[in-house]
Design a protein around this ligand. Structure first.
Ligand code: SAM
Length: 260
């Protein structure tokens, strides 16, 4: 697997931090995926690819419904942990190590491709979307859930980008709803639904620990928080609760369907 610098950074970061993404991680709660599924009409045994599966929470949810699921990730330790969780839960899944930007599957193979809270690490969202469209069957669905920033908020976006880069240098970029829609529509993926849900970050220290942020970078993030522009304070509802710094991510859920 030949990787670019962004992909290598993500692979290294998540291989090192894989133990943080299993049981007890906030991503274990898949209510967002369950809600999205209500808008998707899948066959009773669908073929599903979960790209950048991390602890496997999304893919394992679909496996628990009886679907035929492949969990894919760039970091092998993540896949090993996800496979272990699957075995503990008595779920049968397949794992494949590869990047999101180049999918090693034939055209038209899947009924659904999912990717949750990961595409902001991808080096090339256009390649990811092009590949997703290619491996979907006609009429197949794409479910994207990821951090985002509302359209036309460049100052707040730049602030969040700086925070995320210091916290976890493998962060690449949050895309706006308009940018994701444009990429989908350029690749024959018709956007059926796109919504932003605010999602509360438990507290900044937890968030630092999850990414093993260096002490120097923690200081830089704290400076950014102290000097956050009004646009960022408003958009992310930046605040203090019981002495803890919290904010609300803007999380996007996009459902698209490949044209028949
Ligand atoms: C926060 S975790 C994903 C969470 C998971 N999807 C869930 O629903 O719980 C992010 C994952 O993205 C993976 N990743 C980052 N960049 C990637 C890339 N370019 N290709 C494939 N996987 C990638 C990381 O290895 C990591 O496991």
């Amino acid at each position: 697997m030949k990787l670019d610098e962004v992909q290598k950074a993500a692979q290294e970061q998540f291989a090192k931090q894989s133990h943080r993404y299993g049981r007890g991680h906030i991503l274990e709660n898949v209510d967002d995926v369950r809600a999205a599924l209500e808008k998707i009409c899948l066959p009773s045994k669908a073929r599903i690819l979960d790209v950048a599966t991390g602890g496997g929470h999304t893919g394992l949810f679909f496996a628990s419904l009886g679907h035929d699921v492949t969990l894919a990730d760039i970091a092998q330790p993540m896949l090993e942990r996800a496979a272990h969780t699957a075995a503990e839960r008595g779920l049968k899944i397949e794992t494949r190590q590869h990047a999101a930007e180049q999918l090693p599957y034939p055209d038209g193979m899947f009924d659904l491709v999912t990717s949750r809270v990961a595409p902001h690490h991808f080096s090339s969202p256009p390649d990811f979307i092009r590949e997703t469209a290619r491996v979907l069957k006609s009429g197949g669905y794409f479910l994207l859930i990821d951090g985002s920033v509302a359209d036309d908020e460049p100052e707040a976006e730049a602030w969040l980008h700086a925070v995320e880069k210091f916290r976890d240098p493998s962060h690449h970029r949050f895309l706006t709803p308009r940018a994701w829609t444009g990429l989908c529509e350029a690749n024959h993926l018709k956007v059926l639904s796109i919504e932003m849900f605010p999602f509360k970050q438990p507290d900044l220290d937890w968030y630092f620990e999850t990414a093993a942020t260096s002490p120097e970078n923690r200081r830089k993030v704290l400076e950014l928080v102290a000097n956050a522009p009004e646009s960022a304070r408003r958009l992310f509802r930046l605040g203090d609760e019981d002495g803890k710094i919290i904010w609300w991510w803007q999380r996007l859920t996009l459902i698209a369907q490949k044209s028949s």
